[in-house]
Design a binder for this molecule. Structure first.
Ligand SMILES: *Cc1c(COP(=O)(O)O)cnc(C)c1O
Length: 362
């Protein structure tokens, strides 16, 4: 039986994407070949790569000053590729530390230049997005933010992004877990990156969107595979791209386009609102993130009585729910409700929470 998949990534995919990739494993684009065995230089695949790159730009409403790349190495490789390409040894980059991934990004940047942590919520276990910033180390070559904290469940609101944008010339965003989940002015960013496995496909492909004018300003020599300019020049074909993952991402982007970002955005809001409401109304469950910063993608909560957590998890499992255990560094629960999670899936989870509550509340 098909499970209700709340895993944080790799994660749930639209049925259309599963059907499309299955069909392409049998035969891709009337080529008489499987997508798994076709050359990345064959015209039908080049069309997929070009189509996917164009569609990312279209969905983001960005112009020709931006380039879209499909790279390897996950979002984690962007933690070092960004400073490698953008930050000289004597320059300072500003980072806002809002979670494990943000912390990982700033740690890597220290290998290449100066890093100033503008704000951090580390001391309170990443339970909010800091709105007070220490900008004393200006000018920043760039400022880096992680728009959604996948692990703890805190997300930047659009207004705060606009404010930090006004404080720098170059804004870099790790959008791995909330890309294409809401309506946002993507042109606030000069660099956007995301591993595909959360909201735009399967593991193995990483999307980088970059404004060309930010490149070519560092003095160091850059190995070809780490140089954005080389990947732009070769149209993401410097070496063999992850053909299958790029194809799955292309199908996911087409699905996103068909739904429409506005529609996706309002469904996501509705899903998150009802799940948080269920948590807030409960006597057993508690949310652990500041209300105004609650993530629309990764909903985290704990139980007042920790000893009940395994029991709730067991009950959820018995109802076909998987992937709600919190990250090992946080505990409790996390329901990742990415674009592909239908509202009906969230409804099942809420029903199970209520059922559990009525059997355990005294
Ligand atoms: C998952 C995630 C990462 C790591 O992605 P990989 O593709 O596994 O390297 C980085 N940043 C954020 C915000 C994430 O959610």
């Amino acid at each position: 039986m098909k499970k209700i998949n709340f895993y944080s990534g790799p994660s749930i995919l639209p049925q259309e994407v599963l059907d499309g990739t299955k069909a392409a494993i049998d035969e891709f684009a009337d080529t008489g070949l499987s997508i798994l065995e076709i050359s990345h230089r064959a015209k039908p695949f080049v069309e997929v790569m070009d189509g996917a790159r164009a569609l990312v730009k279209e969905l983001m409403g960005l112009g020709d000053e931006y380039e879209v790349l499909y790279l390897h190495g996950g979002a984690s490789s962007q933690f070092y590729m960004i400073p490698y390409n953008l930050l000289d040894t004597n320059e300072t980059a500003g980072y806002i530390d809002t979670g494990t991934w943000a912390h990982g990004a700033l740690t890597e940047a220290k290998l290449f230049g100066k890093v100033h942590v503008i704000a951090s919520s580390k001391d309170t276990n990443y339970d909010h997005i800091p709105k007070q910033w220490d900008l004393s180390a200006k000018p920043y070559k760039y400022i880096h933010i992680t728009t959604n904290n996948t692990i703890y469940g805190a997300q930047w609101d659009v207004e705060s992004i606009r404010k930090i944008r006004a404080q720098c010339d170059v804004l870099v965003g790790d959008m791995s877990s909330d890309i294409f989940s809401r309506e946002i002015d993507y042109s606030m960013f000069d660099v956007i990156y995301a591993g595909a496995q959360k909201n735009m496909g399967v593991a193995g492909a990483t999307v980088v969107v970059i404004k060309k004018s930010v490149l070519g300003t560092v003095k160091r020599d850059i190995p070809k595979m780490l140089d954005y300019r080389v990947h732009i020049e070769t149209e993401s074909m410097k070496n063999t791209p992850s053909v299958f993952a790029v194809y799955a991402s292309y199908l996911t982007l087409q699905w996103i386009k068909k739904q429409g970002l506005q529609n996706i955005s309002s469904v996501n809001q509705r899903k998150a609102d009802k799940l948080y409401k269920a948590i807030d109304e409960s006597n057993l469950f508690v949310g652990n993130i500041a209300k105004e910063d609650r993530s629309m993608m990764n909903v985290c909560w704990v139980m007042k009585d920790k000893s009940l957590e395994p029991k709730f998890n067991e009950m959820a499992k018995s109802k076909g729910i998987v992937g709600i255990e919190g990250h090992r560094s946080v505990g409790g629960f996390r329901a990742s409700i990415y674009n592909a999670m239908p509202e009906s899936g969230v409804d099942v989870l809420i029903r199970v929470m209520k059922e559990f509550e009525s059997s355990y509340a005294q």
